[in-house]
Structures are given as C-alpha cells and as structure tokens.
Design a protein around this ligand. Structure first.
Ligand SMILES: [Zn+2]
Length: 315
C-alpha cells in the first residue's frame, strides 16, 4: 500500500483505535497495547490500564525519560513507568502522528517483530486524521552535543528538515562498520527504516538472561549474531539492517522532545542512554532552539522542571 500523508502543517492523530498484542522482550509478559485517537496538543500519552487513575498516565517526554542502556523508559512523578517505548514512538514520529493515547496493561511495550513494522502497518490501515491545530516544531539554532565514556557521541545541528547521519562499529564481523544517511521523509521512514529489526550478539543473550532481562527475546523479535553469522532463518530484511534499526531507535528517542525537530542528527554508536542525554541537553539550552508554528508563546519543560537524572541498571 502506498502511504498518503498530510503535507500541510496541521497536527494529526490516528483516525481510529487499533490493538496489537505480544510478549515484552525483557519481562517475557504477554501484553496488550491499544492506540487511540487523541485531541490536538495531547502529545503521545501512555496510559497503564493496570494502574488506577492519574497515576497510570505517563507523557512521552524527555522530562519523564530515565537513562537506560537497553531500552527507553519513561516514568511519571508517582514512579509509574513504561519500558521499551522507542519503536512505537519511532512509528508516530516517522508517520507524522502528533497525538495519540497508548493504553497498555503492563510495564513494557510488546516487542512484536523487533521493528516498527506492525505499528506502522496498523496506523496506515486505520489512517491518519488531521486536527484543527497547527503543528509545532523544535528548530535547532546552534549545535548541541553529548558523549559517553566509551567514545559514543551524538550532535544536533541546524538543518531545514530532520536529517540523520549515523554510524556504528561492532566487533562482530557480521555487523562491523555500517553507516546510514537520510533526509527523513515519511516515505523514506516507511520503506527504508520501519521494518529494520533490533539485534544482539548470542554471547550477550546469556548475560541478559542472568540479569533477568530478555526473557521474551527470540529470533522472532531480534536478529541474533554469532561471530559473523546471522542465526535467523531468512537472514537480513535489507542491507545494513543494524544501522537502520539504530536510526529507527533515534527517531523514537528524538520524539521525546514532544514534537518533531528540524535538525541534523549526527551520531557515532547511537544508543538510548546517549539519545536521552542529547535530548535533555537540547532542552536545557534555550539559546540553541526555538519553537516554530502553533502558539508561538508555548514553553517547553525547562531544565529546572526536569527530575534529577536517574541511571537505571543495565546488563
Ligand atoms: Zn530498538
């Protein structure tokens, strides 16, 4: 199906609700997720249906993000959180869905096939509705960067539209060095990134399991490499699937800005912890960005309103 997108700059939501269900890759729990239409200026709001009232509402925003290595976690002021939001967030960002309610009956978004494909297919099936409010963007005015102890780095710099230029370098010869560059149109997101699956090394699977993680992980929801070999029957879906998946993850994590961003993202060895630090660094540097479109007077969460950084334990 050839997707059709709204080319004007009005906010959108999904045109009808849809449900997807499956296992959580880390918890191993079977989880049901229902995406519902939302009003303009809602943003992407997760709703834990297993938690009563307001305590179950968690807005997907950098001010609620917790630094983790293996997935993206958001948590509200009651300490109620949700893990693994990045692939569904990437689908919303990539398709230009500004507003949605995501109901979920546990603490982890189902991994599905390890990509954004099923969420993208369902959104395109139900359609994208145009709302009566102008879309807002974050426009980056000056470079902002972040780096980690291991040499990984990321930078947002001024550009007319979202552009991604990232590279990875893994010891496993099956992955090695890979790079991808995109001017991120919605068509490109659907055809070039949305079906790229998450990946791991066989030797790390045991470590993750010992740490109580990856209980739901299997070759149905991740590419598994063992010393240069891909263990999945059927191999890759596309060339450089690993770096494309990293680009997909970046799309999801950048959407924690709460609105689309006009910037170039450059990154070496991107990951969720690095992306969270980068997004927060931008929001903490008000001279480096402005909000365009919509109500020009809108304020975004400032550094002072963000909770102290919490580093979650990872394998
Ligand atoms: Zn991912």
């Amino acid at each position: 199906m050839k997707p059709t997108f709204h080319q004007d700059d009005m906010q959108t939501s999904v045109a009808a609700a849809f449900t997807l269900a499956g296992v959580g890759v880390h918890s191993g729990r079977y989880t049901k997720m229902t995406v519902r239409p939302a009003l303009a200026d809602t943003g992407i709001l997760f709703h834990r249906t297993d938690v009563a009232g307001e305590e179950g509402h968690i807005l997907a925003h950098a001010s609620n993000a917790i630094e983790t290595q293996l997935c993206t976690r958001i948590e509200n002021r009651f300490g109620v959180g949700i893990n693994m939001i990045e692939h569904v967030m990437a689908a919303f960002h990539g398709l230009g869905v500004d507003n949605a309610i995501v109901e979920i009956d546990s603490s982890e978004v189902p991994i599905l096939d390890g990509s954004s494909l099923q969420v993208v297919e369902r959104i395109l099936q139900v359609g994208i509705s145009r709302l009566h409010a102008e879309r807002r963007y974050i426009e980056v005015l000056a470079p902002v960067s972040a780096q980690l102890e291991n040499g990984a780095w990321a930078q947002l710099s001024p550009a007319d539209q979202l552009t991604i230029d990232i590279d990875i370098d893994f010891v496993d010869p099956g992955i090695g060095q890979q790079r991808c560059q995109f001017d991120m149109t919605q068509d490109d997101f659907v055809t070039e990134l949305s079906s790229a699956r998450t990946f791991c090394m066989l030797k790390d699977v045991e470590k993750m399991r010992n740490a109580g993680l990856a209980k739901g992980g299997s070759m149905d929801n991740a590419l598994v490499y063992d010393n240069g070999r891909i263990l999945n029957e059927g191999g890759l879906r596309m060339t450089n699937e690993c770096v494309r998946h990293k680009a997909l993850d970046c799309m999801g994590d950048l959407y924690l800005l709460g609105m689309p961003v006009k910037a170039k993202l450059s990154s070496h060895m991107p990951g969720h912890r690095l992306s969270t630090i980068l997004v927060r660094a931008l929001l903490e540097a008000p001279d480096c960005f402005r909000i365009v479109g919509g109500d020009e007077g809108l304020q975004v969460a400032s550094a002072a309103s963000m909770p102290a950084l919490a580093v979650a334990q990872s394998a």
